[in-house]
Design a protein around this ligand. Structure first.
Ligand SMILES: Nc1ncnc2c1ncn2[C@@H]1O[C@H](COP(=O)(O)OP(=O)(O)OP(=O)(O)O)[C@@H](O)[C@H]1O
Ligand SMILES: [Mg+2]
Length: 273
C-alpha cells in the first residue's frame, strides 16, 4: 500500500524530516508521536504533497506519489485526505456546504463557481453526517458547533472524497478530553468499518496507545521508534521525548511518571471505559 523510503525535508540547514522510512502493508491506524518540532507535520504534509520533499520516495500501490503533477497530484490529495487541528472549515458556511467542499476535487470549474452540487452528493453528505452523529447540525453554520462537532464535520468532508488514507495532524489538540475521545473513536471506527488507513499526529502517548495499532516515534526529524503500542516502554518514551531537564510537555510528562509508577496497572487503565 503505502511505502515511504528515506523521506527527507530540509529547510535551509535545518533537517525537519531526516530519512524516514516505513511501510504500511494493510489498513491500520498509526499514531505519530514526538515533541514539538520533531517533524510530525512535515512528514504528513510530504505524504499528502502539501509540502515538497527534498529527497526520498513515497509509493502508493506502486505509484510514485512524489512525481505526480497537476490533476494527478490533486487526485492523490483526495485519496489521502487531510484533517487539521484547527478543523479548517469555512466558519460562516453551513455544515452541509462545508462537507460538500470535499467534492471540489472532482467538480467542474463551472459547477464550482455556481456552487452546484448534485442531489446524490447532497444525500451522501447528509448520510455521512448522520453516520458521524451530527446530521441534526447539517443546516447550522459551522462556527455554531462545538469543537468536537466541527472536527467531525471536517472528517465528514474528508470522507466525501472516499479517501484510502486519512492524515490527521493533531486532530484533538484543540479539544477538551470528552470531545477528543469522540473524535478519536470516530477515526478508529472509520478505520475499522471502512478499512481506511488513518495516520494521526498525536501529542500524547496515552492517545496513541489507546487508539492506534502502531506507533511511530519521531525525534529531531528521525524515526526513533516504529512498533506496536505495547512495545512503547518508559525507556522508549524517554528516547522519543528526550525526557530530561528541559522536558516540558505536561501531559506527556505526567504520562511518563504514570508509566514509571505502575507499568502494569497503567496498561489496564488505558483499556478502561
Ligand atoms: N515552512 C517551514 N519553514 C521553515 N522551517 C520549517 C517549516 N515548517 C517546519 N519547519 C521546521 O521543521 C521542523 C519540524 O517542524 P514540524 O512542524 O514538522 O514539527 P512537529 O513535530 O509537527 O511539531 P509540533 O508538535 O509543534 O506541531 C521544526 O524545526 C520547524 O521549525
Ligand atoms: Mg505539527
Amino acid at each position: 500500500m503505502l511505502y515511504v523510503k528515506e523521506l527527507t525535508r530540509r529547510f535551509g540547514t535545518n533537517t525537519a524530516v531526516d530519512r524516514v522510512s516505513f511501510e504500511i502493508d494493510r489498513p491500520m491506524m498509526v499514531g505519530v508521536i514526538g515533541r514539538s518540532g520533531a517533524g510530525k507535520s512535515t512528514l504528513l504534509r510530504m505524504v499528502n504533497r502539501m509540502t515538497e520533499a527534498t529527497s526520498g520516495q513515497v509509493l502508493f500501490d506502486g505509484e510514485d506519489v512524489l512525481a505526480l503533477r497537476g490533476k494527478a497530484r490533486r487526485a492523490w490529495q483526495a485519496r489521502c485526505a487531510m484533517i487539521f487541528q484547527q478543523f479548517n472549515l469555512v466558519p460562516r458556511l453551513d455544515v452541509v456546504s462545508n462537507v460538500l467542499h470535499g467534492t471540489l476535487n472532482r467538480r467542474s470549474t463551472l459547477a464550482t463557481v455556481f456552487n452546484l452540487y448534485s442531489a446524490s452528493d447532497i444525500h451522501r453528505a447528509i448520510d455521512i453526517l448522520d453516520r458521524l452523529g451530527i446530521a441534526e447540525q447539517a443546516a447550522k453554520r459551522a462556527e455554531a458547533l462545538s469543537g468536537g462537532q466541527q472536527q467531525r464535520v471536517a472528517i465528514a468532508r474528508a470522507l466525501m472524497q472516499d479517501p484510502r488514507i486519512i492524515l490527521a495532524d493533531e486532530p484533538i489538540a484543540s479539544l477538551d478530553p470528552m470531545n477528543a475521545q469522540v473524535v478519536m473513536a470516530t477515526l478508529r471506527r472509520i478505520h475499522e468499518e471502512d478499512g481506511r488507513t488513518v495516520i494521526a499526529n498525536l501529542h500524547t502517548l496515552d492517545t496513541a496507545r489507546r487508539y492506534c495499532d502502531r506507533v511511530i516515534g519521531m525525534r529531531d526529524g528521525r524515526m526513533v521508534f516504529d512498533g506496536a503500542p505495547e512495545l512503547l516502554t518508559t525507556q522508549v518514551a524517554r528516547e522519543i521525548y528526550g525526557a530530561n531537564a528541559d522536558f516540558s510537555e505536561a501531559a506527556t510528562s505526567t504520562e511518563i511518571e504514570t508509566l514509571e509508577r505502575a507499568d502494569d496497572s497503567y496498561a489496564l487503565s488505558m483499556m478502561g471505559p
